[in-house]
Design a protein around this ligand. Sequence first.
Ligand code: TYD
Ligand code: MG
Length: 454
Amino acid sequence: MAKLKSRYVCQACGSAQSRWQGQCPDCAEWNTLVQEASNVTVFSAKHDLQGGGRAVELVGLDAAVALPERVPSGIAEFDRAVGGGLVPGSAMLLAGDPGIGKSTLLLQAAASIARSGRGAVYISGEEAVDQVRLRALRLGAAGAPVRLASVTSVRDILTTLGEGSAPALLVIDSIQTMHSDLIEGAPGTVSQVRASAQELIRFAKDRGTALILVGHVTKDGSIAGPRVLEHMVDAVLNFEGERSHQYRILRAVKNRFGGTDEIGVFAMEGAGLNEVPNPSALFLTKRDDPVSGTAIFPALEGTRPVLIEIQALTMRLASGATPRRSVVGWDGGRLAMLLAVLEARCGVSFATTEVYLNVAGGYRLQDPAADLAVAAALVSALSERPVPAEAVVLGEVALSGEVRPVAHTPLRLKEAAKLGFEEAWVPGGVEPSAGIRTARFGQLRQLVERILGR
Ligand code: TYD
Ligand code: MG
């Protein structure tokens, strides 16, 4: 009765199609459909599902719940990002670019948990055991009783772990290297990643182990996995940062057991990742003295806050030539609107001034919440009076000159506070936020007066 059908699976989103197409009809990515065999059971006769199954117990909503106690990893920044420690029986995905430090972070977490007397198993499908031990030596973790293996067969892993007592933490580095013999296909294909993860997650749930799967993400999304996995796991953590820079941010983008608005900050140093409990020191040293013409804006990238520097330069023209407006990373139309509002509502004229606006770091901002920060940078550039270096600025500006509240203000302020900013210039009516002073501006005019020191 079972018939082997072949299907085409999108390596980006995991959707299955019955025929090959150049573009995935579900996620619109190009050239992502790959033929995979699927063990689809096709029933020729009508099938009656009643009877033969196992009756399950239906529980009332009011039944007492015993939540499993979280296992702290001992790395405070890690625990903060995951919402207070690892949850037994849960599955988590740690995603990030290759070389960002995922293996380093998890080896450190495993060592820390093993040292606290709980079992930690670290399975590497990418490196030989000796390589992992060498890394552990470098991290000062060589003495920790972590159990290591270099395996890629899910069956072998589960057979090995089935024998002893289940570990508190099981790290699989990475899920793309794992292979399940229940299904055909090469490791790393969507079907393999899904099947392997399913088996491992079932083990974790049955045995009360906290499972962490490492998932690589490439810029072009050509390696399958993480996006398919996101639905299967309880929590998704992103490990972000520039490889050429020292700092790394661990951020929960999905968490069934906690919030997603906490981040953990680390610095990659000679002996591994060090926690950065107070990131203000790092992020602000780059800005020694406040410079006129810049303002820091807490932007949102999807649901993730990112602090972005907005730079403005103004040059007064002697002649009557038409002054230039040049924008990189923001909308030119919006800039023209802001300049008009500044002139009409606040009496700040750029009529004989060239204006250059730049969003640092090559970002393209689309968020209207950046209006107030752009206005602050413009007025600051024109007046040569800096916006305080410890302040972030956010708010949308209306044509009337009114400053309007913006979405996710608490999230943005929390991130700014976490990154060491002490003051936030916000629209009127914004609630105070813990860890950061707020200065409210109901009208753009008030912001101009504040910068001009009137
Ligand atoms: P790694 O954890 O292997 O990254 P991933 O698993 O995400 O691919 O870390 C890779 C980088 O980290 C590597 O380029 C070297 C650097 N590194 C240090 O700077 N210090 C260290 O102590 C370690 C172990 C790695
Ligand atoms: Mg690695």
